[in-house]
Design a protein. Structure first.
Length: 255
């Protein structure tokens, strides 16, 4: 198991527990104590203690035959990872079409605990790139088109944001509780967001939410670039295309 992390910051028992999880596979969903011991090379007492700890956390469950299977928390985390992978795979062809048609950069963002997380982007032929927004970037929920689209269609996130005034990042950032509440309501009514220089100067974007069966955002699809390009008649065309592709992606994910 390789890592570039400073060894002083690595907890050995966690590494050993992770090695136990490597014993599971589609072909072997149930593993015995002896098999764990043989696979890892750890002594049986250490393996047993690790297994008991993982059982107490719910990571593993014990079978009637005495073996071990993955517990629901790990299966749930796996479903999240698989869902994000499926989302990205379904979204990328649509994002490429957007970027090819308009020449700007398309983004795919998902909800995160501290903001909208960029999990994919496709750069168009327009040489201007949006600096500071890359794969892995986390954007505040009250600015930029993608994060706002997620917040407006996720009640828990909206409630958290309107509970207090948000930081101002540019002269056009919406910050007050009342203004944010009205902003999110307008986005829900329209079904899309147009942000202009509220996060980065000279940058504008159009976004629409990707919704689950309950109408809650699981992601946002957006198109961003120089603010001067996001004017009529291009703006209306971009709104139509982004909304259409977000609806198509919502349908694919629901299916």
């Amino acid at each position: 198991m390789e890592s570039s992390t400073d060894p002083k910051n690595i907890v050995g028992s966690v590494v050993k527990a992770a090695r136990l999880l490597d014993s599971f596979s589609v072909e072997r969903p149930e593993v015995t104590l002896s098999e764990f011991t043989e696979d890892t090379g750890l002594n049986k007492t250490t393996v047993y203690r690790l297994l008991q700890t993982m059982l107490s956390c719910g990571w593993l469950t014990r079978t009637k035959s005495g073996g071990y299977r993955l517990g629901m928390p790990l299966l749930y985390l796996g479903a999240i990872a698989r869902g994000n992978l499926d989302l990205r795979n379904e979204a990328v062809p649509l994002m490429r079409r957007l970027s090819e048609e308009f020449g700007d950069t398309s983004f795919l963002m998902i909800p995160g605990p501290h903001g909208a997380v960029t999990i994919e982007l496709v750069v168009g032929r327009n040489p201007v790139r949006i600096h500071g927004v890359t794969v892995g970037s986390v954007l505040p929920y009250h600015v930029a088109a993608g994060p706002v689209a997620i917040a407006a269609f996720t009640p828990e996130i909206e409630a958290r944001l309107v509970a207090s005034e948000q930081p101002r990042l540019t002269s056009r950032t919406v910050v007050s509780r009342a203004d944010l509440s009205r902003y999110f309501a307008r986005v829900r009514e329209a079904g899309y967001v147009v942000s202009v220089e509220d996060y980065i100067e000279d940058v504008a974007a159009v976004a629409a939410p990707v919704l689950d069966a309950d109408g809650v955002a699981i992601a946002a699809l957006s198109l961003g670039g120089p603010a001067s390009r996001f004017e009529e008649p291009m703006l209306s065309r971009a709104i139509d295309r982004v909304c259409a592709m977000a609806r198509e992606l919502s349908g694919r994910m629901s299916a």
